[in-house]
Design a protein around this ligand. Sequence first.
Ligand SMILES: C[S@@+](CC[C@H](N)C(=O)[O-])C[C@H]1O[C@@H](n2cnc3c(N)ncnc32)[C@H](O)[C@@H]1O
Length: 273
Amino acid sequence: MGKTKTDPDNTLPARFADRHKLYQWSVQVPDFEVKFMTRQFKKFRGRPARLMREDFCGTGILACEWVQAHRKNRAIGLDLDQSTLDWGVAHNVARLGKGADRVDLRCADVRTVTDPPADIVCAYNFSWFLIHPLDALVDYFAAVRRSLADDGLMFLDCYGGWEAQQVIEEPRLVETPEGMFTYTWEQADFDPITNVASCHIHFELNGKRLRKAFTYQWRLYSPAEARDALLAAGFRDVVVYWDRSKDPDYDDYRPATRAANQPGWLAYIVGVV
Ligand SMILES: C[S@@+](CC[C@H](N)C(=O)[O-])C[C@H]1O[C@@H](n2cnc3c(N)ncnc32)[C@H](O)[C@@H]1O
């Protein structure tokens, strides 16, 4: 990180160089995910989901969005990094006012079996890719299974396609109420034997760069592997949601059992107890 000459498009002042805030602005879409889980749970179970556990919750922004969506909604968040959780309590949970009592962020491994049983456990932004090899993933899903209510559901997202294996840097301008900044997703390395990719997130503001603000070493699991691991962990069924929209600005995820191959894709996966 340092004071440098940066692209004139980056109008966001350097005082906003907070990696958690920039991350939330760049990659998190909690309103979409809350609506998706709410709608799908009701469709599957014919009742509303009330307790949601957010795994790898980081700053807990999804947990906060969940409790804001309904006055009876409660959320548990699990993450190993206390400093990130503290940031989330100060910046996200504190904003909820009385609703803050319904968010319980815990510094714990996602393989912890939690109480009370949750209607939903979710792991978004591909964080479950951090659990490898495959037998570790099965252990994780088994702990989730034991943390879910008898009619609970697990929600995951997943990305892939041949572009996911390429060494690339993908910059994108992000608009905020305070100005614009550049978010860059870098795929630095991919090992075809282990399927493990090394990825970095960089940010560039007006006069400031944050190189390697976040780094991940994760395994690019496929939906087929997620399915096998969920079934091995005791889930009864697995549904993959594929984007059927022809319009690149609009997503329309629907259950699918087959899909045409494509250079890059994003899917949602639901494990059914
Ligand atoms: C990719 S970030 C995800 C942040 C946020 N959930 C999101 O959707 O963007 C990964 C987070 O997982 C946490 N983490 C990694 N391994 C973990 C584990 N075994 N148990 C709990 N948290 C873990 C890290 O501390 C980090 O905050």
